[in-house]
Write a protein that binds this ligand. Structure first.
Ligand code: GDP
Length: 471
């Protein structure tokens, strides 16, 4: 009997070791969103909530914490040494400064790896392994890069025509004056003049940057605004032609070595050597994706900007449309199985408006993805504040109780306000005529020593992304 029980113990032990190995899981989570949508704040908070999960973080909807199965989370060296490291410590330093500052925004791709040790929950696995490890790699990359995917299906003439359409917007045209003059006076048949092209490309980039500062989001090519390691490289020295130029050049055909020929070649190089490699080297590996959308700033900035965000979303979502005819399915087999859309900075509206914010986001996504199929991908939309910078309170207005927000501005002056009602769907003309939506930029909260960052619904996001992987 003794011998037998020894044998069983031994088997159990072996099974446990193998089980633990089998149970090791790896998850590639990607976080994206257009510039300023809150990626840096989001990843900083996500890492902070996980590191503090067993201490000061408030994560009631995160099952592994609620069920007291989380042993601990540690930062580990990132796997891809040629990618920038996500600067978590620097972001926390900014938030811990006196007064607290928002961390510097994302400008390229970066990565952070976490090891999550937990106890398994499944009935059967009791006999295999008690403990398990999830290796979580989080990749942060600019949503602007996703706006480039449709470029793969346009030739230079088609892309130029698309950009010319953009210039029909009077606000954009006003910013594009210098670029348009230079572009229209370029002799396309003349021998390629690298310096002239470089100069016009830099004026075009400046125009895109001004559009961005003015709150526009649909800006292409994506690397012109956030070039990452390509800053200054000749592959970025091209720009779109006007409709008239396109007509002329299509009749004439490009002369080898001419300005026109150089522009064509660079556009094609950009497609092949910049856009495609992002998808085949990085995007291809993502298992799950968070897309942050800053609906509130767009509402704040007015109709043209809101419509622009809507159009940018339409373009951006083509990267997740995995129908058979999709260009990504032709390049490789995408494997994202969960996709979460989050309206960011929800602490800018009172709690009673947050469900409207989710509905608004849904309505924008629905406009964008009416004909889209997310084959085999579970999607979810929510409203979050990665770092909650305001407190909800009550006030009496014209004899009625209303909800208000309280926080401070960047100078430390207290703010008490009702920011306005959020429309529950993409707003029509009336909303813009009578628009009363307005919010200030809150300063980040002053954190007490070692307290987890305050947030709204980050625990639900964690549950959606990780819950099934750490059962
Ligand atoms: P990124 O460009 O996508 O990396 O955007 P950031 O994370 O840098 O966010 C841009 C700005 O949005 C920040 O500097 C903050 O002012 C604001 N922001 C981002 N997340 C939040 C949030 O959860 N709450 C509030 N109140 N502001 C936020």
């Amino acid at each position: 009997y003794l011998k037998n029980s020894h044998f069983i113990d031994k088997v159990k032990q072996n099974v446990k070791v193998t089980g633990a190995r089998l149970a090791d899981r790896h998850l590639n989570l990607a976080v994206t969103g257009l510039s300023g949508s809150g990626k840096t704040a989001f990843i900083t908070s996500l890492v902070n909530q996980l590191l503090e999960a067993n201490d000061s973080a408030e994560l009631p909807f995160f099952s592994v914490v609620r069920e007291e199965r989380l042993y601990g989370v540690k930062r580990e060296a990132q796997p891809n040494l040629s990618l920038r490291r996500f600067e978590y410590e620097r972001a926390m330093q900014a938030l811990d400064a006196q007064p607290a500052c928002w961390p510097e925004s994302t400008t390229g791709i970066s990565q952070v790896r976490l090891h999550i040790r937990y106890k398994k929950n499944r009935g059967l696995s009791r006999y295999f392994s008690e403990d398990a490890l999830l290796i979580l790699d989080i990749t942060d990359y600019p949503g602007e890069w996703l706006l480039d995917l449709p470029l793969l299906e346009m030739d230079f003439a088609q892309w130029s025509q698309h950009c010319d359409q953009e210039l029909l917007s009077p606000e954009r045209m006003q910013l594009a004056g210098e670029f348009v003059t230079l572009r229209d006076s370029l002799d396309l048949t003349a021998k390629g003049d690298e310096l002239a092209l470089k100069h016009i490309a830099s004026v075009y980039t400046e125009y895109l940057n001004q559009c961005r500062s003015a709150g526009f989001q649909l800006l292409q090519p994506g690397r012109f605004i956030l070039p990452g390691e390509l800053a200054g490289a000749p592959v970025l020295d091209f720009f779109p032609l006007s409709d008239v130029q396109v007509q002329q050049t299509s009749q004439r055909g490009a002369v080898k070595g001419s300005n026109q020929n150089l522009l064509h070649k660079r556009y094609e190089h950009y497609q092949e050597q910049v856009v495609k490699p992002f998808y085949t080297q990085h995007f291809k590996r993502f298992d799950r994706q968070v897309v942050l959308v800053d609906c509130l700033s767009a509402l704040n900035n007015g109709r043209a900007h809101f419509n622009d965000l809507q159009r940018a979303l339409n373009w951006l979502l083509t990267s997740f449309e995995y129908g058979k005819s999709n260009i990504l399915s032709r390049l490789f087999d995408p494997k994202i199985d969960k996709l979460i859309f989050a309206a960011s900075k929800a602490d800018h509206v009172t709690p009673d408006q947050q469900s409207n914010l989710v509905k608004l986001l849904d309505s924008m996504l629905h406009n964008a993805r009416k004909q889209m199929q997310f084959d085999g991908v579970a999607t979810e939309s929510t409203a979050i504040a990665a770092i909650r910078a305001s407190q909800a309170g009550k006030a009496v207005h014209q004899g009625e109780d209303i909800q208000i927000l309280q926080g401070t501005d960047a100078q430390g002056t207290p703010i008490r306000m009702f920011p306005g009602d959020v429309p529950a769907k993409c707003p029509g003309d009336n909303f813009w005529l009578t628009q009363g939506f307005d919010f200030p930029r809150f300063a980040p909260p002053q954190r007490l020593e070692q307290q987890a960052l305050p947030h709204i619904r980050m625990d639900r996001v964690l549950e959606f992304i990780l819950g099934d992987k750490i059962r």
